[in-house]
Design a protein around this ligand. Sequence first.
Ligand code: TRP
Length: 332
Amino acid sequence: MSKKRILTGDRPTGRLHLGHYVGSLANRVALQKEYETFILVADIQALTDNFRHPEKVREAVREVTLDNLAVGLDPKLTSFVLQSQVPEIAELTIFYANLVTVARLQRNPTIKAEIKERGFGGSVPLGFFMYPVSQAADITFVEADLVPVGEDQLPHIEQTREIVRAFNRIYGKTLKEPKALVGKVPRLVGIDGKAKMSKSLGNCIFLSDSPEAVEEKVMSMYTDPTRIHPTDPGHVKGNPVFIYHDAFNPNKEEVAEMKKLYQQGKVGDVEVKRRLASVLNEFLSPIRERRAEYGRDPKLIDEVLHEGTSKARGIAAGVVARVKEAMKISCI
Ligand code: TRP
């Protein structure tokens, strides 16, 4: 029996961070043996809001691939696919565009938030506005069963499922309807306490940060604003330092004890932060080692991308042929 498939992806606009890890990367690593896994390096999607900076996107393609390898995705098990080199995705996007209304895209909460964040105002580029349609093509071209993602991507997976159902209803059952899988921490707060760790907000700890950078960032972290002295009783709930301890400290008893002391005003911010910095650096240490190892062979990343992309194209050709047949636009 053939394995079920995973497809998920990243926009190559910069380095991946801890939020990516707990939202999606950890699930990718955990499931890569059980599922046939495809990681899409979504450079065309990255261009939808970076089309003036193609060099930035190109540079980040290798960075993002290396981040995925460094966390433990094994290129022998997992295929890395460069989106721009799979023209079938663009073809499917055009077909699916008929099945989505402008009003439906306008209601997509992630698109809404991103339009605001980017300050597009009334001038949203069409490519950006419709990237969820292209994301449906990303997911369906390999007939993915499961899509491990952070919480912010759920509206896009729902959109994909709607497109699949509409397609199958109109043209006959052709496409597979995927399911989303959200990570242990669906949305990680930033070091500034803002709702989301995000590159554009400048509140990230990156997987490739040095031990010194991690320490500096942790020591500057936002904690409990109501606490002036270390002897004041502190708040644990919603406190980023403890949210990170919960997410990354494997010693649950230590975390419980620290929370208790913190609430009683018996341990200071500096101490819980110092512990967090060392927990994070321990967590990142094997990731740094793998990064250095993969980084020693400069051709390796290109090879991994070539191999994965050519495997994906083989699958895409079959799916697009069936899609075209269903839509009565196959070769006459
Ligand atoms: N939109 C995703 C992000 O911003 C990246 C992405 C592109 C993706 N294609 C995908 C995620 C397909 C899951 C499935 O992180």
